[in-house]
Design a protein around this ligand. Structure first.
Ligand code: NI
Length: 168
């Protein structure tokens, strides 16, 4: 497995709407495995393919805590079927926006459908941190980032800071 470079703000790929994965083949499985390795190495609890420069609808997640066994999830073409009425607030970070945390309130429960690593259709009910992480990662597939939940002024300050450090 290979570690992949993680793109950071203001890379334009992060703003693209990712394309559906047409076929779950060896190449897609290898990408999923490399993304998991990259996520664990970072370390992070989720990673979306656009963050490694691949504009395809593929996300990986693992929200198990440090002392528990790894519980890797691979979701291809994930689609949220239902969002619950409850809300959950969480201070979210993003591997593509290092050192920035944004308090975001999202639905606390959801049902998501996706293809797994073997191309088999799955449906999952999620709550807590997993529900938050799934929404965060699917946002990436639509070019949406945590800074989009901030006021325009705060967002612009962060973007400008990253643009400046990308140039130096
Ligand atoms: Ni992120």
């Amino acid at each position: 497995m290979a570690l992949l470079p993680i793109l950071t703000l203001p890379d334009p790929i992060l703003r693209d709407v990712a394309a559906r994965v047409e076929r779950v083949d060896g190449e897609v499985r290898r990408l999923a495995d490399d993304m998991l390795a990259t996520m664990y190495d970072a370390p992070g609890i989720g990673l979306a393919a656009p963050q490694v420069g691949i504009s395809r609808r593929l996300i990986v997640l693992d929200v198990s805590d440090d002392d528990g066994a790894a519980r890797p999830l691979v979701m291809i073409n994930p689609e949220i079927l239902h969002l619950g009425d409850g809300r959950r607030s969480y201070e979210e970070g993003c591997l593509s926006i290092p050192d920035v945390k944004v308090e975001i309130e999202r639905p606390s429960t959801l049902t998501v459908a996706y293809l797994d690593r073997d191309g088999v259709r799955q449906q999952l009910d999620a709550d807590g941190l997993l529900a938050t992480a799934i929404q965060h990662e699917i946002d990436h597939l639509d070019g949406r980032l945590i800074i989009d939940f901030l006021s325009r002024l705060k967002r612009d300050i962060i973007v400008r800071r990253f643009r400046k450090s990308a140039r130096t």
